[in-house]
Design a protein around this ligand. Structure first.
Ligand code: HEM
Length: 517
């Protein structure tokens, strides 16, 4: 059942409330029909009250791509009562993310985000206050200087991951990537290492368990559409129980972090439980900012939002891209071989890959780019919203219209990509002259796994560095084979996860001394 299905199951369970809601909505609907704007892009008519929600199915990006065949690459539809436009071509994406980026750089208000992440970056409009947060987020976590300073963390965690992989046995590759990514992010952000530690006491195990549950719940709740966002008559009733879950989650996030803040404040770096790093982590710098402005600009509420947002935005996305990339390489042995040949030539067999090797690894980089084309983790981007009425392609788009850009469908458009469903890194290396200069940093509108323009992913340099170095190490250190046929299906929901975790057999291909360092 898709995320929309999950949300509406709760409604069906409480039929009394449904009757009440239907009566109120019938009246409301009449008013809406009378006020429906004219000259919109084409799209499905939709049903009363729910609009076209029922058409979205388990993987909305797939259904929207099918609908775009019928209604053209710019279509409009109602999700509940919310008017949405969907861009499904590089031209329409460019119109909204570049030409009219200033109009479409707002976010629609989402009840979940308002409660879970008040005063955040990703779900707020770019106000002067938010600009200040974005600056701090950039400077203290993901700027070039910060990335350079934290290289040792990524190197140590990747080394730990390859050491933990047993030779000749079936390995759950997804779990290895998840643990490595989580450790990098927890060390960068709160100076702690949670995963794969032995000898944890009860309090530490509880802390780890809390961390996993909170991050899973954030992911689940943000991926579950709330009828209150889509159908104004539901605004006053929490029919699905989602609001209660948001509030519970937020208080768990606060209490988890207040303990960590207390540790940061009251213990010296050396004494901190589980602390492994001596440099300032992201939380240290936020607390410093908070103290130096007397909490005027940055309050503990803001710190809580930004810290959890950094986990939510960077951790799972990077791990999922890594898993899809590995899966594509392992099901294409000729690509695996070519990548290993490149690694042996450029790095040799007497040491592991380091970040400084990456500029030489052109084929490896093309592999990651190709995985991002076929498997963008946020297939229709985080929703944008117009902050003023505008015209596009001859249509009238009212203010407060939601924009979805189906980057999943754009990356598979046969008019742009030759054999779009084939995994073919060569297409970026001269195999298709049209794509020799295609990149994913927001300038090539046929490849937008990080979006483009003002709301583009802020963490792209860190995310790609982590994915490329992790994948390079896994391919360099091990020969790989698949124990069974690889299931490449996508799970349900708004983000593109692999439905079945990747498992494979790894055998060491480098001398054992290489694994020690
Ligand atoms: C390879 C991994 C990643 C992928 C595929 C990815 C993808 C995306 C996408 C598609 C968006 C939405 C863009 C839009 O709405 O137009 C986004 C937003 C964002 N990402 Fe990433 N991301 C990744 C890693 C990271 C990392 C490591 C961080 C930082 C720790 C990060 C921080 C953010 C933030 C703060 C936003 C919100 C930007 C805004 O609303 O202005 N991401 N990301």
């Amino acid at each position: 059942m898709g995320a929309f299905g999950v949300a509406f199951t709760h409604i069906r369970e409480d039929s009394g409330l449904v009757e009440y809601a239907v009566a109120v909505l019938a009246i409301y609907l009449l008013m809406v029909l009378i006020r429906r704007p004219k000259n919109l892009p084409p799209g499905p008519t939709g049903l009363p009250i729910i609009g076209s929600l029922h058409l979205l199915g388990q993987r909305p990006h797939e259904r929207l791509a099918q609908m775009a065949h019928k209604y053209k690459p710019l279509m409009s539809l109602y999700l509940g009562q919310k008017l949405c436009i969907v861009a499904t071509s590089s031209e329409t994406a460019m119109e909204f993310l570049k030409t009219q980026d200033n109009v479409f750089s707002s976010r629609p208000p989402l009840r979940g985000a308002e409660i879970i992440f008040p005063k955040d970056i990703s779900f707020s409009d770019i106000t002067p206050e938010a600009r200040q947060m974005r600056k701090i987020f950039h400077l203290q976590l993901i700027s070039g200087r910060r990335i350079e300073e934290s290289e040792h963390i990524r190197a140590e965690e990747i080394a730990q991951m390859v050491r933990s992989i047993p030779s000749g046995k079936v390995v759950n590759v997804k779990s290895c990537l998840d643990a490595m990514t989580a450790n990098i992010f927890t060390r960068l952000i709160i100076g702690k290492r949670f995963m794969g530690r032995s000898g944890m006491d009860e309090a530490e195990q509880k802390e780890l368990q809390d961390f996993i549950e909170i991050t899973d719940e954030i992911d689940l709740l943000l991926g579950t559409p709330n009828p209150r966002d889509l159908i104004p008559a539901f605004k006053w009733v929490d029919l699905t129980g989602l609001d209660k879950r948001y509030t519970n989650l937020r208080s768990r996030m606060e209490s988890f972090l207040s303990k960590i803040i207390a540790e940061h404040r009251h213990k010296s770096q050396k004494d901190r439980v589980m602390t492994v790093d001596t440099h300032q982590d992201f939380l240290d710098t936020l607390l410093h900012q908070m103290d130096s402005t007397d909490g005027q600009e940055i309050t503990e509420q803001v710190v809580t939002s930004i810290i959890w947002e950094a986990f939510a935005a960077g951790m799972e996305t990077s791990a999922l891209v890594s898993e899809w990339t590995m899966a594509e390489v392992l099901r294409n042995p000729h690509i695996l071989k070519k990548a290993q040949d490149e690694l042996d030539t450029e790095v040799g067999q007497t040491r592991r890959v380091q970040e400084s090797d990456l500029p030489k690894l052109k084929y490896l980089k093309a592999i990651v780019k190709e995985a991002l084309r076929l498997h963008p983790i946020i297939p229709t981007l985080v929703p944008h919203q117009s902050n003023a009425a505008c015209k596009a392609f001859g249509y009238d788009i009212p203010a407060k219209t939601q924009l979805m850009v189906n980057v999943w469908a754009i990356g598979r458009d046969p008019a742009v990509w030759t054999n779009p469903l084939d995994f073919d890194p060569e297409r970026f290396l001269g195999g298709d002259q049209r794509h020799v200069g295609t990149e994913f940093a927001g300038k090539s509108f046929e490849l937008l796994p990080f979006g483009s323009g003002r709301r583009m992913c802020m963490g792209m340099p860190l995310g790609t560095l982590l994915v490329e170095t992790g994948i390079a190490n896994l391919l360099h250190c091990f020969s790989w084979s698949l124990p069974t046929d690889l299931d490449m299906s996508e799970g349900v929901g708004l983000s593109a996860k692999k439905a079945v975790p990747l498992c494979a057999v790894a055998s060491s291909r480098l001398p054992s001394a290489v694994f020690v360092n």
